[in-house]
Design a protein around this ligand. Structure first.
Ligand SMILES: [Zn+2]
Ligand SMILES: [Zn+2]
Length: 87
C-alpha cells in the first residue's frame, strides 16, 4: 500500500483562518517578538498552530499585516492603474 502522506489542514478542519501578521508576544520588559509574519513557510501552516519563525502560538500573531492590508486595499479600490493622467 502506498501511503500517501496527505496531511489535513488543521486550520481548515477547525474552520480557523491562520494569522498573517506580526507576532506581538513580549519577549522581555521592553521588546516584543521580532517575528514579522506567522508561518514563513506556508506549507507548515497547514499542520501546526505554532509559528515556524519564532515558535510562538498563532494566537500571539496578528490576523493581518498592516502592509499586506494596504496592498489589498489598493487592489480592491478600483484597480485602475494611474489612468488619471489625461494627456
Ligand atoms: Zn513570536
Ligand atoms: Zn512568529
Amino acid at each position: 500500500m502506498a501511503a500517501t502522506q496527505q496531511q489535513p489542514n488543521i486550520w481548515a478542519q477547525m474552520e480557523y483562518v491562520p494569522p498573517r501578521g506580526p507576532c506581538s508576544q513580549k519577549t522581555s520588559m521592553v521588546s516584543s517578538c521580532a517575528c514579522y509574519r506567522f508561518m514563513i513557510h506556508p506549507l507548515k501552516a497547514a499542520t501546526s498552530f505554532d509559528c515556524d519563525g519564532c515558535g510562538h502560538h498563532a494566537s500571539f500573531h496578528r490576523m493581518e499585516s498592516k502592509e499586506e492590508e494596504e496592498v489589498t486595499r489598493r487592489w480592491k479600490s478600483g484597480g485602475n492603474f494611474e489612468r488619471k493622467c489625461a494627456g
